[in-house]
Ligand binder design. Structure first.
Ligand SMILES: [Zn+2]
Length: 266
């Protein structure tokens, strides 16, 4: 009799554990890393990672055998409804700073990691930002160029005409100048609403990234892909483990898509 009860308990444990692991596997999201500047600055800023720290992050990915996917590959997998490959990660940069070429690109090249840089089209070829040549060279080396609008306005705060110009105009200018097909977009400071998403789709982008804004914790909508910010503060292996495990969004506060903006390009 006693043996029977124990067998029943064991069976229940197996069923519950199986259920939990099935449920957990359904919550997995491929983490999309978000960087801005790769530079040494003092005091430290949340939009900046030092070249040493960036190198350490990339070495962590290599050492732990992460599968670094191009953003467009992840987007295809999501669109086709295929299972997400575990232990994967996507690398992105916002604003198109020149240090992405001088500091980040050599490291990405060394490890053979793809990435996407979201460029502000009006500041290309100006001081501190990427040049057309640098973008072409990086593209040939596996780095995709996405758009981050013309002038980085917080889109929820501007008129429909301006939104359209920022979303369509930046794509046209970047493609014309570089000859590179620009198929991804990132909302400045992550701000978007339904009209902005629709414009991004209409302009011909395959996907659009936000920051931590939006209600889609599982990145099922490719026009509001949540990303995870990385900076100098990520200086411990357990932080990286937590942020790159694929379940980080579950523990983050949901942020209004078009709430007040706090980030300005400097
Ligand atoms: Zn930005």
């Amino acid at each position: 009799m006693k043996k029977k009860i124990w067998l029943l308990v064991l069976a229940a444990v197996v069923v519950i554990a199986g259920g939990i692991s099935w449920w957990a596997s359904r919550q997995y999201v491929v983490p999309i890393m978000m960087y801005h500047h790769v530079a040494d600055v003092s005091p430290k800023r949340s939009d900046t990672v030092s070249p040493e720290r960036f190198h350490w992050h990339m070495t962590y990915l290599k050492k732990h055998h992460f599968n670094v996917l191009p953003l467009r590959t992840l987007v295809q997998i999501i669109k086709q409804g295929k299972p997400l490959p575990r232990k994967s990660v996507v690398i992105t940069f916002d604003d198109g700073y020149e240090d992405n070429y001088t500091q980040a690109f050599p490291v990405l090249k060394k490890y053979g990691f793809p990435a996407t840089i979201f460029v502000i089209s009006d500041v290309v070829n100006t001081k501190g930002f990427l040049t057309t040549e640098q973008m072409r060279e990086m593209y040939a080396g596996g780095i995709d160029i996405g758009s981050h609008t013309r002038a980085h306005p917080y889109l929820p705060d501007v008129s429909s005409e301006r939104r359209r110009e920022e979303i369509f105009g930046s794509k046209a200018r970047l493609e014309q100048e570089t000859g590179i097909k620009v198929s991804s977009f990132a909302y400045p400071s992550g701000g978007f609403d339904e009209e902005i998403k629709k414009l991004a789709k209409e302009a011909g982008y395959d996907s659009a990234c936000t920051t931590n804004r939006g209600y889609d914790r599982f990145n099922r909508d490719v026009y509001e892909l949540k990303r995870i910010r990385f900076s100098d503060q990520d200086d411990r292996a357990d932080y990286l483990w937590m942020k790159l495990g694929g379940f980080y969004n579950l523990f983050r506060k949901v942020k209004v898509p078009s709430g007040p903006s706090e980030y300005q390009v400097k």
